[in-house]
Design a protein around this ligand. Structure first.
Ligand code: C2E
Ligand code: MG
Ligand code: MG
Length: 529
């Protein structure tokens, strides 16, 4: 009971005949069933046909199922992709916002940054306020020490806490910005120029209490420079330079102070920048020279040594003293070259005097902290070798503060120097940390009492007590003592009676040219004492 194969002339006939082919097999579809027929042959003769009919429905069902499952899978995949894209989009928006925030906010202190400050200044300058605004540049004192000794994490936390304290302390009257490494900028809108000092005091007051960072109680100090727009400057670079100049003044006037900008400071700044720019030429064009100041025995006035003091003969500005240009040399790194020049020239000069058979004296050369950290003993050995001066005829003078900055390395460097026979003196003693604890560790031969303690002798009781203390400290540690800045006979007498062996100052001689020293060493053997 199968449906007949399509009759000849049926519309499926062509297909049927075609598929019959040589084997005589045929297939056709009828009412949803698929029929396949093949001839049954025996001994080469067709004896019948076998016809198999199968329903297409399960097949179609399976195809339908396949399409449904594929569709569902694709749908889920699309949904997942959509959710993924949404999430990426959200992350991108968040990152974009964070990046935008970082453009204006400092991640360490959470304060607005330099870019935001500059925008604010620009905006304030556009506002036609009749009062103008005050700018305070705050630079932390010795912040590097915190980073170096306690680590950067403590340093970062300190900046964060300080920023919070400044913002909270100044309230809505001022905005605090982190302007650089250890620099904050405070902008006080709508404030007259006369308010500069008042703001300096207010900011300094916020440093009164210590900050507690982890287990550390930190005393933080800062130097503040204040400028006003439009009184001191109108464009941003000049305004910031004015605040920076005032800050520099505060820092170099003893730190933890504020200074208000004035136009004289601008002149000083211009000069400082000029010296900085032209210092290289000082060495290249042979503009440096040395003066020498005698160091005498207070017992009999004999000259025992000379201190070499560098001078810069600027072709336009005239003679410039070391107090002015040595800081610029240290800032620029040229102090290494200048220091070597001074050592070479002083050693050469002393050799020439020794060859003339003059009084046998030593030469003392001032060296900077920067030299100490960059192979001072090599510089000294080079100068000794090049000149032929015996090491015992050379002394180096180093300020107390320079040594304390990196105690361990410096102790090793000084020990190497002393091992070579060169003597080491601590200059300006009493103005640094002057603690017995570290003094005992230092490989030194001599202390030089700073002239601030000599100035008011014999009347000044405090100074007399300090000078007495330094002299007995030196005796106790087996060091010799030189008092600096002796200007009067009374000072000289008092110091001699207090047990000070040597002295130096205008009473004996100002720093003078090598020719004058030569006459001094040749002619009058003793100086007024
Ligand atoms: P210092 O080493 O303490 O030198 C003594 C300074 O005091 C000299 O000033 C000297 O002229 C001055 N002085 C000496 N006696 C008296 C006195 O009786 N009264 C007064 N009021 N002053 C007196 P100068 O030459 O201006 O040198 C200042 C400082 O510059 C030196 O202080 C020293 O720290 C530094 N310095 C000088 N030459 C060099 C150098 O070649 N290298 C380095 N790194 N620093 C140098
Ligand atoms: Mg000195
Ligand atoms: Mg000194």
């Amino acid at each position: 009971r199968y449906p007949p194969a399509p009759a000849y002339g049926d519309d499926r006939e062509a297909l049927c005949l075609e598929s019959q082919g040589a084997s005589g097999a045929a297939s056709w579809e009828h009412k949803g069933l698929l029929y396949v027929s093949a001839p049954v042959t025996q001994a080469g003769r067709q004896v019948g046909r076998i016809v198999v009919g199968a329903s297409m429905r399960p097949l179609l069902g399976r195809v339908g199922m396949y399409i449904a499952v594929s569709g569902l899978t694709a749908g889920i995949a699309l949904l997942l992709a959509y959710v993924g894209v949404l999430r990426i989009r959200r992350d991108m928006d968040k990152t974009e916002l964070e990046l935008q925030r970082l453009v204006y906010v400092d991640p360490v202190s959470n304060l607005f940054n330099r870019r935001a400050a500059n925008n604010r200044i620009e905006a304030l300058q556009l506002v036609a306020s009749n009062q103008g605004f005050v700018l305070a540049l705050l630079d932390l004192d010795d912040f590097k020490m915190v980073n170096d000794t306690l680590g950067h994490l403590v340093g970062d936390e300190l900046l964060l806490q300080l920023g919070q304290r400044l913002s909270a302390g100044l309230g809505s009257d001022a905005t605090v910005y982190r302007y650089g490494g250890d620099e904050f900028l405070l902008i006080v809108p709508n404030a007259p120029a006369s308010a500069k000092s008042e703001w300096g005091i207010r900011i300094l007051e916020l440093f009164a209490e210590q900050l507690i960072v982890g287990p550390h109680q930190l005393t933080v100090r800062g130097s503040i420079g204040l400028a006003h727009s439009p009184e001191d400057a109108t464009d941003i670079p000049s305004l910031l330079r004015a605040a920076d100049t005032a800050m520099y003044k505060a820092k170099h006037g003893g730190k933890h102070a504020y200074a208000v900008f004035n136009s004289n400071m601008d002149l000083a700044l211009r000069r400082r920048l000029r010296l900085l720019a032209e210092l290289r030429g000082a060495i290249d064009h042979d503009e440096l020279s040395l003066e020498y100041q005698p160091i005498v025995s207070l017992a009999n006035g004999d000259v025992v040594g000379v201190e070499a003091l560098v001078r810069w003969h600027h072709p336009e500005l005239g003679t410039i003293g070391p107090v002015e240009f040595i800081p610029a040399a240290e800032e620029s790194g040229l102090i290494i070259d200048i220091g070597q020049w001074v050592l070479d020239a002083a050693c050469r000069q002393l050799c020439q005097w020794r060859e003339l058979n003059l009084r046998d004296v030593y030469v003392a050369v001032n060296v900077s902290a920067k030299q100490l950290g960059r192979g001072l003993s090599d510089q000294v050995l080079w100068a000794l070798k090049a000149s032929g001066l015996p090491a015992r005829a050379l002394q180096v003078e180093i300020t107390e503060y320079s040594i304390v900055e990196a105690l361990d390395t410096n102790v090793a460097e000084l020990a190497a120097l002393r091992a070579s026979g060169v003597k080491v003196a601590i200059d300006d003693f009493g103005t640094g940390l002057s603690s017995l604890g570290y003094l005992k560790r230092l490989p030194i031969d001599k202390l030089k009492i700073d002239r601030t303690f000599v100035k008011d002798l014999p009347g000044g009781e405090d100074d007399a007590a300090i000078a007495t203390m330094i002299i007995s400290l030196a005796q106790h540690l087996g060091l010799s003592v030189v008092a600096e800045g002796i200007e009067t006979q009374q000072q000289c007498d008092w110091l001699r009676n207090a047990g000070c062996e040597f002295g130096q100052g205008y009473l004996f001689s100002r720093p003078v040219s090598p020719q004058k020293i030569e006459r001094m060493l040749r002619g009058v053997p003793r100086l007024n004492c």
